[in-house]
Design a protein around this ligand. Structure first.
Ligand code: MG
Length: 217
């Protein structure tokens, strides 16, 4: 009986929102305000995820060099304690996966450091116009609202899991559980505590220690 534990990445496995972290480095103060407004509209549900992604990528034309540099910088923003927790879950026999609306080229190194096998990392992908990011691959379900539920079901089928647990800070993580794609949901407030998630989540962990206790009783 395999248990599949799926982790959200931004503000869960990482102490930052990876795309905004990447863009903020490239933007002046005015554009940063705009970025924040777009991100909040996306998270608040007043803008679709795809519109929000496209608008954010349009704000700053990331180059291959930017992306490579930021991927390395993100390795210094792992949420403390998460790599140990992932190792302990694997030792117990759990399948572990990372599921993110963030981008493969930004997250690849950080997720490797956290102990995730490449095949168990499901993320969005940039499209490229020569040396610059031109947008995102819209064929990936994670670029759309409700995409996490689709991917969780695929991962559960591929790993033969009898139970799926979703861990995350965001409303999209909770919605994957509410859509029936994960039997358990543990809200995570160790980086950002989102009130709407804390209110609706059947289980909630304010720290990595709480999360460990919930997953490894
Ligand atoms: Mg998140």
């Amino acid at each position: 009986m395999t248990r599949l534990v799926c982790f959200d990445v931004d503000s869960t496995l990482l102490e930052v929102e990876s795309l905004d972290f990447a863009l903020a480095e490239r933007l002046g103060p005015e554009a940063r305000e705009k970025l924040e407004a777009i991100t909040n509209a996306g998270m608040g549900g007043t803008m679709s995820l795809r519109t929000s992604l496209a608008a954010r990528l349009d704000l700053a034309r990331l180059s291959r060099l930017d992306v490579a540099r930021i991927a390395v910088a993100l390795q210094r923003h792992l949420t403390p304690g998460m790599a140990d927790l992932v190792a302990n879950l694997k030792a117990r026999g759990d399948a572990v996966a990372a599921v993110s609306g963030g981008f493969h080229d930004l997250l690849r190194l950080a997720l490797r450091d956290l102990g995730f096998a490449e095949a168990m990392c499901r993320t969005n992908r940039f499209t490229w116009d020569g040396e610059a990011v031109s947008g995102f691959d819209a064929s990936i379900p994670l670029s759309d609202n409700g995409g996490k539920a689709v991917v969780l079901r695929e991962l559960a089928a591929a790993s033969g899991a009898s139970e799926t647990v979703m861990v995350g800070d965001g409303i999209t993580d909770l919605e994957a559980h509410e859509a029936g794609a994960a039997q358990r949901f543990i809200g995570f407030g160790g980086v950002v505590r989102r009130a709407r998630v804390a209110e609706r989540a059947p289980e909630f962990a304010d720290t990595v220690a709480d999360l460990r206790a919930a997953l490894l009783p």
